[in-house]
Design a protein around this ligand. Structure first.
Ligand code: HEC
Ligand code: HEC
Ligand code: HEC
Ligand code: HEC
Ligand code: HEC
Ligand code: HEC
Ligand code: HEC
Ligand code: HEC
Length: 334
């Protein structure tokens, strides 16, 4: 397989590549794709720098952006030649830019974590050797490879890690996300990682915490229209920090033995929700993008005192941040 990769690198986007790949055994999901789209994918992986433009022009949908991870035939998406110990031949020496070729369009990562900033001295002393080395490779700054251990997906002897660590976290897997956070952040400064801590000692809004979830600082005086740092599937605002599988309340959020609650409610449930919103003077917001129940439907993530409307404020700062201690009856009538 290493050989196959090399042939592709040396020959670029030639007929040889297409012929080779057609001869290789393809997994079932790829067999479904037409020969044409397979060829397109291969071409794209050899010229990934064209992806942002194609996406911007609408010539390529996000679903068509090829995934180069955990496979043996897409090394050329990141390496412009066979990597050696002394020269990795990365397409872009700036790792963040390399990854952003595709990820700038695919997903906005800033709601999970910023990149590009230097690591403060006192944090450096807390880092394990692998984290420290990864920071050093990006000239002392935080980059995508600080947390994501990319060679795990590149090297045949390491791909076995995929099942347990699909997002290839460095020194992972982690049982919950905060365990990763504490590889660098001081647990003593825990509150700084807590976006629910939204008011300072004098009761003023901490605008920087709003920006963990809202794209623009919410205008608390006029009409309260808010936007979000996550565009699709609002639950992703939360799942970056909260382990949720299985959800602590016993709600399953994936198809399985328990009902999946992150769904578009049936008419019956929706009627019940609207009735109970009035009866309990409570807000039960659905994900505006998808109409689905999401984490914020049951949990109020704001600190007490941030939201002024009584219904929207209910549950703020309460136990488990639940909008009401007894939630089920707000949506189910039996
Ligand atoms: C998504 C981009 C990407 C893809 C695809 C990719 N690599 Fe890499 N590879 C990297 C980056 C980035 C590094 C440097 C990581 C670091 O310094 O921590 C790297 C490092 C390596 C290294 C050095 C590993 C080490 O432990 O020092 C080898 C060897 C390598 N890649 C081979 C491959 C091969 C072979 C493939 C295809 C099967 C491949 N890569 C696919 C991005 C990629
Ligand atoms: C050629 C395009 C491309 C490049 C370059 C690329 N990725 Fe990806 N990556 C994808 C696609 C497509 C997916 C799957 C869709 C998604 O998660 O949005 C993905 C998924 C991921 C995932 C999630 C994996 C999962 O299964 O949940 C991580 C983490 C990731 N990429 C990190 C990186 C890092 C770090 C780099 C830079 C070394 C990088 N990617 C470079 C296209 C790319
Ligand atoms: C400080 C650690 C950290 C850094 C730095 C980091 N990530 Fe992540 N990344 C995470 C965590 C934690 C998650 C899991 C979030 C979740 O579970 O939804 C994640 C998830 C992802 C995912 C899958 C979820 C999604 O949004 O589609 C992709 C893709 C990804 N990262 C790419 C990148 C890229 C590209 C960079 C560099 C620009 C980067 N990461 C830098 C910690 C990090
Ligand atoms: C590899 C080290 C590293 C890891 C892992 C890491 N961070 Fe960070 N984080 C930093 C650095 C460096 C900064 C910028 C300097 C600072 O604020 O101390 C930062 C800044 C932040 C900030 C902004 C703080 C502020 O005052 O503006 C937040 C919020 C944050 N990290 C949360 C997290 C969360 C949540 C995780 C786990 C998913 C995490 N970090 C994992 C290194 C890391
Ligand atoms: C952890 C993520 C998160 C943080 C941090 C956050 N919000 Fe929100 N915000 C949401 C979600 C989710 C909604 C939609 C559900 C709701 O109305 O509670 C929302 C809705 C709102 C609304 C509209 C509520 C209504 O119906 O009246 C306002 C106003 C608002 N946020 C202001 C703020 C301000 C101000 C801050 C900072 C002090 C902030 N938010 C911090 C996630 C967040
Ligand atoms: C940057 C990380 C981060 C993000 C993003 C985040 N949280 Fe939190 N959350 C925390 C921390 C840290 C705590 C613990 C401190 C506390 O309870 O105030 C917490 C506490 C909670 C609790 C209370 C848990 C308990 O045991 O009482 C709930 C519920 C919750 N968050 C829901 C959400 C929801 C819903 C979202 C998304 C709209 C969200 N969080 C986004 C970090 C985060
Ligand atoms: C249908 C309502 C509902 C939805 C949707 C929901 N939760 Fe909860 N959540 C609850 C209830 C009820 C509890 C209390 C469960 C218990 O104590 O048994 C809870 C508890 C929690 C806790 C506290 C756990 C603890 O240790 O005390 C966290 C954190 C949390 N949920 C996060 C989330 C996240 C993240 C999402 C979205 C992925 C989400 N919830 C979606 C109802 C919901
Ligand atoms: C925010 C609204 C909401 C809350 C709160 C809620 N559910 Fe649900 N529940 C739903 C939705 C939506 C479905 C998906 C099926 C539907 O729409 O009828 C569902 C489905 C179910 C199902 C599967 C049965 C069916 O009709 O498909 C069970 C069982 C269930 N919920 C139990 C509970 C329990 C127990 C609680 C409280 C701990 C609870 N739910 C809280 C919205 C909610």
């Amino acid at each position: 397989m290493q050989g196959l990769c090399r042939v592709i690198w040396l020959s670029g986007v030639g007929l040889l590549v297409v012929a080779l790949s057609a001869g290789a055994a393809s997994p079932p999901e790829q067999q479904k794709q037409s020969a044409m789209s397979k060829k397109n994918e291969e071409q794209l992986l050899s010229v990934p720098q064209q992806i942002p433009k194609l996406v911007a022009e609408g010539a390529l949908t996000l679903a068509q952006v090829p995934n180069p991870h955990w496979r043996r035939d897409a090394c050329q998406a990141c390496h412009a030649g066979t990597p050696t110990r002394t020269n990795l031949k990365l397409r872009d020496a700036d790792i963040n830019r390399l990854c952003s070729t595709c990820h700038a369009a695919l997903s906005d990562h800033s709601y999970i974590h910023p990149t590009g900033m230097p690591v403060p001295k006192e944090m450096k002393t807390r880092l394990s050797k692998p984290f420290a080395q990864a920071v050093a490779r990006a000239r002392g700054t935080i980059s995508c490879i600080t947390c994501h251990d990319v060679p795990m997906t590149c090297l045949p002897q390491r791909v076995g890690a995929r099942g347990l660590n699909p997002r290839f976290f460095r020194e992972g897997p982690y049982r919950d996300r905060t365990a990763l956070c504490y590889r660098c952040h001081d647990p003593e400064q825990y509150p700084r990682l807590n976006p629910h801590d939204q008011l300072d000692k004098t009761g003023q809004l901490r605008e920087s915490t709003c920006l963990v979830c809202h794209d623009t600082p919410p205008d608390m005086t006029g009409e309260r229209k808010v936007d979000f740092t996550v565009k699709q599937d609002l639950s992703r605002l939360c799942t970056g920090c909260h382990p949720w599988k299985p959800h602590p309340g016993g709600f399953s959020f994936k198809t399985g033995a328990l009902p999946d609650h992150l769904r578009v409610p049936t008419a019956r449930v929706l009627d019940r929700m609207r009735v109970m919103e009035r009866r309990n003077n409570i807000s039960l917001p659905l994900d505006p993008g998808t109409g689905k129940v999401f984490c914020g439907t049951c949990h109020n993530v704001h600190a007490r005192g941030v939201l002024k409307t009584a219904a929207a404020a209910k549950g703020a700062g309460e136990k488990q941040r639940l909008r009401m201690p007894e939630m089920c009856g707000n949506c189910h009538d039996k």
